[in-house]
Design a protein around this ligand. Structure first.
Ligand code: SF4
Ligand code: SF4
Length: 421
């Protein structure tokens, strides 16, 4: 029996995954038996970046989501939205690995598609985001040249103005290639985040905001719940039909850039970004409520966040636990059920950024990227009265010179009173 797009939309919602599924069903090929669960998340074991091995794993995984022909067709311009947070080598596990991207480029070119690879890195020096340098340092530029893919530096491709559903910030400007492409595949990296606990498919689309405009949204939405709504705005504005997470090597500890490598050996695939992240955090023993931006993205209707409603396929039927994986320092040694309480408590006691002058190279990336200009250009002292604790300085420092320290804010508060007396 054919399922109409309208009927299906009524049951799957109007999010990005809903749109792609409606589009697939609208092609008129599907029967009830052939309509694949939107909330299916495929987990595949994959222990190295050998492109040929990855091609097999990716093809097998996508077959469980309905096959490549459900998503792309010959002649399409397919944009691979990578995670290129900054000029980092693939071995750091801070970026989407170029060999993983190479495997996808080969698959898509084999299907007759044109392939684009795009992102905008965080931060800026002298007003210029380091995206061009990031494409070089990561090896993505060279790989693209070798494989015949096009690099799309989102800082140089123009923007499309959209009106965010949340109303935050009035208008939003998103990199033009996200709209010019016929199909977009989101390729997040599996990483911890010192401020947000975890970063994956939902957060990765933040790189669609070019250059320093990113800092503006941190300023407008300092509360993680509002920031989650901003991310939902981006997902709802662009139409990303597929999300494939590079978890072959993951980043643990002080991610998204200053952590260490954890050999997770996993690829995760889904049409639903929130379902994918829900499964990824379950692999860490966490729930969506432990990750403030994901909790908020769920409230914005971004996708499925209840594990019992997510169908897991591939090499697992339940999310495999990543043994010994280190969470950000502030959450270590805490029993899982107490995370939510602890996250609330550390809103008061949480670590604050501080520049270690011995490690600092005075590049001023942190100074120029701070959304509220809280860092002194000369001394690198941080004005905590201005700081909104977005942790961009910690995230963007290429020299790991911005440390997170737990301060006793009560004593700090008393100190300020004494100073005024
Ligand atoms: S702390 Fe890092 S980003 Fe800031 S000026 Fe020093 S080296 Fe540059
Ligand atoms: S000092 Fe660092 S954490 Fe504070 S607002 Fe600036 S960039 Fe964000």
């Amino acid at each position: 029996m054919l399922v109409t797009a309208d009927k299906k939309l009524a049951s799957i919602g109007e999010g990005p995954a809903g749109r792609i599924q409606a589009e697939l069903i609208g092609r008129g090929k599907e029967t009830n038996e052939e309509v694949y669960s939107l909330t299916r998340v495929v987990i595949s074991d994959c222990t190295d970046y050998n492109p040929e091995g990855m091609i097999q794993k990716l093809n097998a995984g996508i077959a469980l989501l309905g096959g490549w022909e459900r998503f792309v067709s010959p002649g399409m311009k397919v944009l691979l939205k990578v995670n290129l947070i900054g000029p980092k080598a693939p071995e750091t596990a801070a970026i989407t690995h170029p060999e993983f991207v190479r495997a996808l480029v080969r698959i898509l070119k084999g299907l007759g598609c044109q392939v684009w690879i795009g992102d905008s890195s965080g931060g800026a020096i002298a007003g210029v985001a380091p995206t061009a340098r990031s494409f070089k340092v990561s090896g993505l530029e060279q790989m693209a040249r070798e494989e015949g893919a096009l690099i799309k530096n989102f800082d140089r491709e123009g923007v499309v103005e959209v009106v965010p559903r949340s109303g935050l910030g009035g208008k939003m400007y998103i990199a033009r290639p996200m709209f010019d492409a016929d199909f977009v595949i989101n390729l997040p990296k599996f990483k911890t985040h010192s401020a947000g606990v975890f970063t994956g498919a939902v957060k990765n689309l933040y790189g669609c905001i070019p250059g320093l405009r990113k800092a503006e949204y941190h300023r407008l939405a300092p509360d993680p719940r509002d920031f989650g709504a901003v991310l939902a705005d981006i997902h709802q504005a662009v139409n990303v039909g597929l999300h494939i997470m590079d978890g072959v090597t993951a980043m643990q500890g002080e991610g998204p850039t200053a952590g260490t490598v954890y050999p997770a050996g996993k690829l995760l695939m889904s049409a639903d970004p929130l379902a994918l992240d829900t499964v990824a955090v379950a692999m860490l023993g966490l729930e969506i409520e432990d990750i403030p931006i994901l909790h908020s993205a769920r409230a914005s209707g971004l996708g499925e966040a209840s594990l019992q409603n997510i169908e897991i396929a591939g090499d697992y039927t339940v999310p495999p636990r990543l043994k010994g994986f280190k969470l950000p320092k502030r959450l270590r040694n805490i029993k899982p059920r107490t995370y939510r309480f602890v996250i609330k408590v550390i809103d008061f006691l949480k670590a604050r950024p501080r520049v270690n002058l011995k490690a600092c190279r005075h590049c001023n990336m942190c100074v120029e990227s701070c959304p509220v200009q809280a860092i002194d250009r000369k001394t690198k002292a941080i004005d905590y009265g201005l700081c909104i604790e977005c942790m961009c300085c910690h995230e963007l420092c290429e020299h790991k010179a911005v440390e997170l320290r737990r301060d006793n804010r009560f004593l700090d508060f008393l100190g300020r009173i004494r100073k005024r007396a």
